[in-house]
Each structure stands twice: as C-alpha cells, then as structure tokens.
Design a protein around this ligand. Structure first.
Ligand SMILES: [Zn+2]
Length: 59
C-alpha cells in the first residue's frame, strides 16, 4: 500500500488517518522522504522543525 503524507505533521502514514494527528487530511503526491532517527541531533529535523523520530515526506 502506498504511503501518504500527513498535511499537518508531514509524517508518512499507512492507511487513511495519521496516528499522531488523528487527521484524515493526507496528501498522496509527495516526492521524497527522510527518516529521522534522532531529532535532537539531526540538521534536517531542525530545518523541517521536526521534534520526533519517524519517517517524513518531502515535497
Ligand atoms: Zn500527522
């Protein structure tokens, strides 16, 4: 199943709802992805204002 990007937190989710935001506002047209292992030490996480580890979409 294709993963979708949550419009609120940019997290990649499987299914019809973001488990973090509980929103069904998902976008299927994302162009890339980034996996954050340690949000505190990741420069990309800082730039994208991400504060938790996870798999996120780039547009
Ligand atoms: Zn979300």
């Amino acid at each position: 199943m294709a993963k979708k990007m949550c419009k609120q937190c940019k997290r990649l989710v499987i299914g019809d709802k973001c488990p973090i935001c509980q929103t069904d506002k998902l976008n299927e047209s994302w162009k890339g992805r980034v996996i954050i292992i340690d949000a505190d030490k990741s420069e990309i996480a800082k730039k994208m204002k991400l504060d938790t580890a996870g798999e996120y979409a780039l547009r």
